[in-house]
Design a protein around this ligand. Structure first.
Ligand code: SF4
Ligand code: SF4
Ligand code: SF4
Length: 311
């Protein structure tokens, strides 16, 4: 593989020639902020937070989409760049509810993290705010459009699985939002509650409802377990607070892993001390169900009986 050497913030980086500046920076320990970037998803360079200055170029470039070149000299935290980042973050906060105190995402939210890093605060203004549209129809996911920053990561990750493609941008301009199946709810849409979108959402716009109120990220510990429901072995995190295993949540669906509700419920049943009741979607309505039905255990037991009878 061909390598190139470039300078980022005064440090030399020697990286494969197909790397982007953002990847090269990460390699030498420099974190360029980005809200819409995900290494597993198509690059769209939409949030503009990862802009960097390249010596010899008048135009600023998005580091997530610009490839490295031999001898390149890059500045990721110049005065100009910091001022642009502050402006972008301020605009996002201006149309965002000031809800960090009770938001389930606090402590893990990228908007909160970057606002802290660049000292940008919520402020009083008489301009427009995103409307408070919360979809509470699902027992698995809470969708809060007022917190959505339109990064599109949920849309891109849902569309990676052929038979899903539930999410899309709808409306225009300031009214743009993320819709399910042309403006259905989580309950009435074809959403299968896999939680891929929840995992990639950088803010509290999509939240795993079964973890809500159970634990703040700094209050306990987590460890990774592999799902045992099928050969993909998707990763889940088991959250432990005061020695009690309180919740399971899906992790990054990397390497083509699909994530699914059955796998998540199986992992909950195996790992959680007191799992919440399971639900199934039947005819566009969520209904509380039994663990046997949620996991298809009756069918498995029936098959075992049949095999035994034929022995
Ligand atoms: S999404 Fe982030 S910034 Fe918004 S309220 Fe929640 S923690 Fe705060
Ligand atoms: S939970 Fe899964 S199927 Fe539903 S919208 Fe999110 S990614 Fe798509
Ligand atoms: S719901 Fe989350 S992932 Fe989807 S566009 Fe909004 S902020 Fe991004």
């Amino acid at each position: 593989m061909m390598y190139v050497t470039l300078t980022i913030d005064g440090q030399k980086a020697n990286v494969p020639k197909d790397y982007t500046i953002l990847q090269a920076a990460k390699e030498i320990g420099i974190e360029v902020p980005a809200l819409c970037y995900d290494p597993n998803l198509e690059i769209v360079a939409a949030c503009r937070l990862c802009l960097v200055e390249i010596e010899g170029k008048n135009k600023l470039e998005t580091s997530c989409s610009t490839k490295v070149r031999e001898g390149m000299v890059v500045h990721t935290e110049s005065e100009k760049i910091i001022s642009i980042r502050k402006e972008i973050l301020q605009l996002l906060l201006d149309s965002h509810p000031n809800d960090c105190l009770t938001c389930q995402k606090a402590g893990e939210c990228l908007l909160q993290k970057y606002a802290y890093r660049y000292d940008v605060k919520f402020r009083e203004h008489d301009g427009a705010m995103r409307p408070n549209l919360v979809d509470t129809s699902s027992p698995y996911i809470l969708k809060d459009d007022s917190k959505c920053i339109l990064c599109g990561k949920c849309v891109r990750t849902c569309s990676l699985i052929d038979d899903r493609k539930v999410l899309a941008f709808s409306n225009r301009g300031y009214d743009t939002k993320i819709s399910l199946d042309a403006d259905q709810t989580l309950e009435t849409s074809s959403c299968v509650s896999c939680n891929r979108c929840v995992v990639v959402c950088p803010v509290g716009a999509l939240v795993d409802k079964r973890t809500m109120g159970k634990m703040r990220p700094w209050e306990g510990e987590s460890h990774v377990v592999k799902c045992k429901a099928c050969q993909y072995g998707c990763n889940f995190e088991v959250l432990t607070k005061n020695k009690e295993k309180v919740a399971v949540r899906a992790m990054e669906p990397d390497q083509g892993r699909p994530l699914c509700l059955k796998g998540r419920l199986t992992t909950e049943l195996i790992n959680i001390d007191m799992p919440d009741k399971p639900y199934r979607k039947i005819g566009g309505r969520f209904e509380e169900t039994t663990w046997e039905k949620a996991l298809g255990l009756n069918e498995i037991l029936e098959k075992i009986r049949t095999i035994k009878d034929n022995d």
